[in-house]
Design a protein around this ligand. Structure first.
Ligand SMILES: [Zn+2]
Length: 338
């Protein structure tokens, strides 16, 4: 699971440019002979036959992450940005990044406020806002004009990838950007691989659905079967002040800011975690939406629940622990065979 998670975290995949991470997930599914394929939209899906077939299920998680696009090339040759997904510019200030051009060139740089040097701007910097207007990318090239930057092949609409800086500590903590939701993808793939290795089959036909537009709200709007009965979304749990979730449990989410999840399926998962002795919490996320709701809002007619590992400092430089990942993978495996 950790190897796969690391490979996913190192694969660029801002929303709209998630191809490299989808390739990693597809290779993992193909290694299990699950017939992985892409829909027209590009969602990665695979179908695992079940022992019975009266209650078709699906698991979904998303590989797309926060990122940005080149909005404008400034007269200085630096790049103005348009955000992909919802985050605060403070959370990426000073972060290193890559610019992926349409021609396939990759250039490195740093995300900085236009006033970055204390020695130049002094106390003026104290109140300098961090907005779409004031943040820029300083590319690691000798450019001082718009024309010089354009000559490198950089253009409006190019993807900006935030470096994930993944680190697995001996203590079991994994810190990285984009654990949301590559941790969820790794948990699903690990659970499947584990059942597969034991020669087990899910109790019901199960679609594995890896989406790539979750951060903009429509990842799981398509790509799920018409006759679906249960959808379990696997996505990060919100850790912080007032939250029950932590980095050592799987959380079953009762409600987020878009409303409650399906009460019966939520109860079933809480009961299953309790019966199997899986470390778990139940929680509510105050500023959060998931692909489960994207499916419902697109007209999906199945029971929907949300589970996932606790992630600290979400949409910032995130962290979780191997215990939360393990508990999440265990609950997924228990659900598949239940
Ligand atoms: Zn997410």
């Amino acid at each position: 699971m950790l190897d796969l998670l690391t490979a996913l975290l190192l694969s660029p995949s801002p929303t709209g440019f998630a191809g490299p991470a989808l390739d990693v997930a597809q290779a993992a599914l193909e290694a299990l002979n699950l017939g992985a394929r892409r829909t027209r939209k590009g969602v990665l899906v695979a179908d695992w036959p079940g022992m019975a077939s009266d209650w078709p299920r699906a698991l979904t998680a998303h590989v797309d992450t926060l990122g940005a696009m080149v909005k404008e090339i400034k007269g200085s040759g630096r790049l103005k940005l348009s955000p992909l997904g919802a985050f605060d510019w403070h959370s990426v200030e000073g972060e290193t990044c890559k610019v992926m051009t349409r021609q396939g060139r990759v250039l490195t740089g740093t995300i900085l406020p236009a006033q970055a040097s204390r020695h130049v701007h002094g106390r003026e910097m104290d109140d300098f806002p961090r907005t779409d207007e004031t943040m820029e990318v300083r590319i690691d090239e000798r450019v001082t004009s718009q024309a010089e930057t354009r000559a490198l092949g950089i253009d409006i609409g190019d993807a900006i990838v935030f470096d994930s800086r993944v680190h697995v500590a001996d203590s079991g903590f994994v810190r990285s950007r984009h654990l949301d939701d590559k941790a969820g993808v790794a948990c699903i793939l690990a659970a499947i691989a584990s059942l597969h290795a034991q020669g087990l089959q899910p109790s019901q036909p199960t679609r594995i659905h890896i989406s790539h537009y979750e951060e903009v709200g429509h990842g799981a709007a398509t790509g799920l079967p018409e006759d679906l009965a249960d959808l379990v979304a696997v996505d990060m749990a919100a850790v912080g002040e007032g939250q029950a979730s932590d980095e050592f449990h799987v959380t079953i989410c009762a409600k987020d800011s878009r409303g409650p999840y399906h009460a019966d399926l939520t109860d079933q998962l809480i009961q299953l975690a309790a019966t199997e002795g899986i470390p778990h919490k139940v929680d509510i996320y105050p500023y959060y939406g998931s692909d489960g709701e994207a499916y419902w809002r697109a007209g999906g007619d199945a029971r929907v629940a949300l589970i996932g590992p606790g992630v600290d400092a979400s949409h910032h430089y995130e962290r979780t622990h191997i215990e939360a990942l393990t508990a999440t993978a265990q609950l997924i495996a228990a659900y598949l065979v239940s």
